[in-house]
Design a protein around this ligand. Sequence first.
Ligand code: GTP
Ligand code: PEP
Length: 223
Amino acid sequence: MLLGRWVLVVPVKDARRGKTRLADVLEARARAALVRAMALDTVEAVLAVPRVARVVVVTADPEVTAGAAALPRVRALPEPPAAPDDAAGWASLDRAVSAGVAAARAEAPTAHVGVLLGDLPGLDPAELDAALAAAEAHPLAVLPDAEGTGTTLLTARAGTALRPAFGGGSAAAHRALGHAELVLPADATLRHDVDVPDDLAALVARGVGGRTGALLRRLGPLG
Ligand SMILES: Nc1nc2c(ncn2[C@@H]2O[C@H](COP(=O)(O)OP(=O)(O)OP(=O)(O)O)[C@@H](O)[C@H]2O)c(=O)[nH]1
Ligand SMILES: C=C(OP(=O)(O)O)C(=O)O
């Protein structure tokens, strides 16, 4: 039985290729471990949201797949095959998101669908619950990241098609595609994805827990 009316799609890049913008402060193995820890912490926070019935994780990463599949109400979907235009930029992320949305719609045709990026390890489930409640007022909605340029959450109500346009400037691109902007304070955990070393430092300063917190404590001072 559905707990809520939402299915959330969480895309996670193969950890061995992820978070390249953290390369100055973390070596490759630590970075891959961080991508995995952040992704699974994000999924666990989503599972704690009463409005969310199920989660679809789209990834080519074997450890994220195994970790996600071990969680209740989570389906791990393999990354769709690459296409020639992937090298040009964000096409592979949009393709992964679209595959996840299609799977969500096939599993639960009457559910609303949300896409949440998989690098929000400090996420407060109550904030996501409130944002999804607000999103229910709109056929399509977008929540910009803390800088206001990217997207952390993209939603489509049941029966409304979702066309993703992730990548640089995606908040404006999603608004142009008809997504109503959700308004949350700039310090909302839902707006704070981890992209660059300063984001990681801010996360540590706020006192992140879970797998990500344990890993960062084990790794010691960054850089
Ligand atoms: N499945 C899938 N997820 C992706 C892909 N590209 C990005 N993501 C995920 O989308 C979210 C936002 O991506 P970014 O912030 O650019 O993360 P990233 O690509 O690991 O970081 P950089 O290498 O620093 O650009 C993260 O959860 C990524 O894991 C992709 O091609 N496939
Ligand atoms: C892909 C995106 O994420 P980021 O800005 O975190 O790279 C986006 O915001 O569309």
